[in-house]
Design a protein around this ligand. Structure first.
Ligand SMILES: [Zn+2]
Length: 353
């Protein structure tokens, strides 16, 4: 019998907090804290935030689950991407080049300290155990947000002074204590059935059909080409690709091309196995105008990062001179303006004039 249960209240699909993209695979569970100490900041308050204000303020952020002292709430399905571990650089190689596309995010609400916080943390450990088992993962596949990006989250598992504020001896013992609880729940069994064979995801890589995603496209010129789990002939063969087929390319390393989450194919030393065509760099328009009519306006930021705070909001009809088109930290296009600030290049917000 499950000790706790999970409520589900999904936020609407939208580009800021629930992009609706499928996870490429599930390789890890990441634990966070909400960092919001207000008593009202429970799981339902976070559902409201991520279905409301976060979208209106164009904030790329979210997580799959929010856990407080008396309930666990799922707001994004397990199989879909949330924006909870994005960064420029990552501390681990184990989650590929974009951990958001292969991890599930669990946030512990910190709206209370003391017994209610302990209850929220216990419920979080139970949920992490359930998710690890459900996806055929082990305790080593449980990450702090800190382990993935270096962010001090959950802060009581990273910083001793915060650990003491939440009743722990120090951050290390808080984190190892949490992992021990997760392990205990995994051993006891949660409500979720464990997957018998964890090999299954890697034997069936999801290679998406070609389109305008990734950094370019690849055509298989060889009559057949192996897709391997690393950019080396030592890599395990995941699948054999047919000659003449086309794939999106997400990363290039020497003569190796990454065509899926962890699937690599080689063009061969003479380049005669695969033909790579990078996507053309978009031409930047000289000037763009705000075409978004919402009262809140469009956020202009100091960095090419949708999670950076807005420097200002610009309103319908305002015109700006464009310096160039750049990739945001989230991978989508932004206009770099002559002023040095950055704004979305989505054409329902900003359009060429
Ligand atoms: Zn976090």
């Amino acid at each position: 019998m499950p000790k706790y249960e999970i409520k589900q209240k999904l936020i609407p699909v939208n580009k800021y907090t629930r992009p609706g993209q499928k996870l490429q695979r599930v390789s890890g569970v990441t634990i966070h804290w909400t960092a919001n100490l207000n008593e009202g900041a429970d799981d339902v308050a976070h559902y409201r935030y991520f279905s409301g204000h976060a979208i209106a303020s164009q904030t790329y952020a979210s997580a799959h689950y929010f856990v407080d002292h008396d309930s666990a709430l799922q707001i994004i399905p397990d199989g879909e991407m949330a924006y909870h571990v994005g960064a420029r650089n990552y501390r681990t190689q184990r989650l590929g080049s974009y951990p958001n596309n292969c991890t599930i995010g669990v946030e512990t609400c910190v709206n209370y300290k003391g017994a209610k916080f302990d209850a929220a943390l216990d419920r979080s450990a139970w949920l992490c155990a359930l998710l690890l088992k459900k996806h055929g993962l082990g305790i080593d596949d449980l990450y702090r947000h800190y382990d993935v990006t270096g962010k001090d989250c959950p802060k009581y598992f990273v910083t001793d002074s915060t650990a003491r504020q939440f009743g722990f001896k120090d951050a290390d013992s808080a984190w190892s204590g949490f992992k021990a609880t997760v392990k205990r729940y995994m051993a006891q069994g949660t409500s979720a059935p464990a997957k018998p064979t964890p090999q299954k995801p890697s034997s069936k890589p999801q290679v998406q059909p070609a389109g305008q995603v990734g950094i370019g496209r690849a055509e298989i010129i060889a009559s057949a080409l192996n897709l391997r789990d690393k950019p080396s002939l030592d890599g395990k063969v995941l699948k054999t690709l047919k000659g003449g087929s086309n794939y999106n390319v997400y990363e290039v390393k020497g003569d190796w091309y990454r065509l899926s989450g962890n699937g690599w194919a080689s063009a061969g030393s003479k380049g005669d196995l695969l033909r790579y065509t990078p996507h053309p760099k978009p031409d930047a328009p000289a000037r763009v105008k705000v075409v978004y009519k919402g009262r809140e306006g469009v956020a202009v930021r100091a960095e090419a990062d949708f999670s950076a705070p807005a420097e200002q909001y610009v309103k319908y009809g305002e015109v700006f001179t464009v310096d160039s088109i750049v990739k945001s930290r989230q991978g989508t296009n932004m206009y770099k303006l002559k002023s040095g600030l950055f704004v979305t290049a989505v054409d329902s917000y900003m359009r060429e004039v």
